[in-house]
Structure formats: C-alpha cells, structure tokens
Design a protein around this ligand. Structure first.
Ligand SMILES: [Zn+2]
Length: 75
C-alpha cells in the first residue's frame, strides 16, 4: 500500500465517521476532517471520540498546553 492509498483510506474512514457524527449530532457541524492548524487529516479514531474536532491530536495537545499556560499567566 503506498502513501496515496493510505491517505485515501483515511479520507474514506473520515467520511464514514463524519456521516455517523452528523446523524448523532445534528446541531453541531461535524469536523472538516482536516486540522485547522497543520492541515493534516485528523485521525479517524479521534473523530470517533470527538466528531467536531478541529485539530489533530498533536495540535490539540499543543493548543491545550498553550491554553493552560495562558490561563496561568492570566491568573
Ligand atoms: Zn494538526
């Protein structure tokens, strides 16, 4: 399986997860499936847990860490 196949597989997985999520949560727009920060595909496993995720796991962890830092500074 080459890289294009893997990407395709992930995209297909995402679409399946997004459709499932849309059915479950009609009020909330499902994730685009692409990380807002690094523009990589968000992990299908992550979308299963959080269908509205806007960041991939890596960027979400960074985002959370920076938010905690900001919170600490803000007092
Ligand atoms: Zn990312």
């Amino acid at each position: 399986m080459d890289e294009a196949d893997v990407a395709n597989d992930r995209a297909e997985q995402f679409i399946a997860e997004a459709l499932k999520a849309a059915r479950l949560k009609k009020n909330e727009a499902p994730s685009t499936g692409v990380c807002r920060s690094c523009e990589e595909l968000i992990e299908a496993e992550r979308l299963r847990i959080n269908p509205t995720a806007r960041l991939c796991a890596e960027c979400a962890a960074e985002d959370e860490a920076s938010r905690k830092r900001a919170h600490r500074v803000g007092g």
